[in-house]
Ligand binder design. Structure first.
Ligand SMILES: Cc1cc2nc3c(=O)[nH]c(=O)nc-3n(C[C@H](O)[C@H](O)[C@H](O)COP(=O)(O)OP(=O)(O)OC[C@H]3O[C@@H](n4cnc5c(N)ncnc54)[C@H](O)[C@@H]3O)c2cc1C
Length: 303
């Protein structure tokens, strides 16, 4: 067990139980001193949940103690989370030895130089920053990528993929890295293509409510933007503060060989050929890198 985790957790637990004990004791003390239970509870910061407690009801006071226990279990959950955060995440390839690396090329110094030439200052090889891109949100999967690329435009993504296709280098697209199934992180040494810098809002149509933006826009930022125009985003989830719209949906994409597929039409009824963009929805990066999205925002009737 890493030292940092054991000391951190011990300190947290002892500090939590100290606080809890003193709160419960204080409540007892206040009650025995003739203070109304609700007042005692107020002093223990549980005001919201027991504001209607009759003044000297013992039953309600028992409930108050139970709520303290609930609070304690919440703190225990918090302790467990911090334990998970500090633990070393095992490599995915070691957890699943049956997984075999495909017959792909390996990243060489010349490859890094090429990427530097097309993405100056946006090629990451430092261990610390790579650690975040290699590890998933739940901290259950860890890859071994040695390269993180941060393109800003569809053209840059196209150049990256053309090159990787020729060199047979494996890639994994990554948005906000909030996915819960390990799809956003490498399994072996795939190159991570992050959409973090593809965060430009291109167009918003006030009449139709259609929004066109780059794939790396954070869902919450988009929602704040369309709310100001009297609209709302058609989706909402707990990870909205970090997940990217490209990780949520899909339309304009760069295929694995670098070819650009443009499915960014905002026409409601568009029957010109196959609706290929539907294939990208839920594709989890297996068909190409989504670089931009257009979607229809419903009006916000709560305004
Ligand atoms: C607190 C919390 C609450 C959540 N709630 C929900 C929920 O209610 N509903 C739900 O469905 N999910 C939920 N999730 C899971 C996750 O947030 C969503 O799946 C989200 O859509 C992932 O977006 P992301 O930008 O973080 O994508 P990532 O996690 O970065 O990637 C997810 C997958 O999409 C691929 N991908 C990412 N960007 C691109 C791109 N530009 N082009 C091609 N492929 C790409 C990745 O390779 C990966 O396979 C939640 C997660 C958290 C942490």
């Amino acid at each position: 067990m890493p030292a940092v985790y054991s000391t951190g957790l011990k300190r947290l637990i002892s500090c939590n139980s100290l606080q809890l004990t003193s709160r419960i004791q204080r409540s007892h003390h206040l009650l025995s001193d003739g203070y109304p239970a609700c007042f005692a509870a107020q002093r223990t910061r549980l005001r919201g949940s027991i504001k209607d407690v009759p003044r000297t009801s013992i039953a309600k006071f028992k409930r108050h103690i139970l709520e303290q226990k609930h609070y304690q279990s919440k703190l225990l959950m918090f302790s467990t989370t911090s334990m998970l955060l500090n633990r070393e995440v095992p490599l995915t390839s070691e957890q699943y030895p049956s997984l075999k690396r495909g017959n792909f090329g390996s990243v060489e110094a010349d490859d890094v130089s090429f990427f530097e030439s097309i993405l100056p200052g946006r090629v990451v090889t430092e261990r610390d920053e790579l650690e975040g891109a290699n590890t998933d949100w739940l901290r259950i999967c860890r890859g071994q990528s040695k390269l993180l690329l941060k393109p800003k435009t569809t053209e840059e993504v196209s150049k990256i993929l053309q090159y990787c296709y020729k060199r047979s280098l494996a890639v994994v697209p990554q948005g906000g890295n909030t996915g819960l199934v390990g799809g956003s992180v490498p399994v072996f040494d795939e190159i991570v293509i992050s959409t973090a810098l593809m965060n430009e809002i291109r167009d918003f149509n006030q009449l139709s409510g259609t929004l066109t933006c780059q794939a790396g826009c954070i869902l919450e930022n988009l929602d704040q933007f369309v709310q100001k125009q009297g609209y709302t985003m058609p989706l909402d989830l707990g990870a909205k503060g970090s997940c990217h719209i490209g990780g949520n949906v899909a339309t304009n994409a760069v295929l694995a060989n670098g070819e650009v597929f443009n499915g960014l039409t905002t026409l409601r009824k568009d029957n010109t050929g196959y609706d290929l963009k539907q294939l990208f929805i839920g594709s989890e990066g297996t068909l190409g890198v989504i670089t931009a999205v257009s979607l229809l925002c419903p009006p916000n009737h709560n305004l």
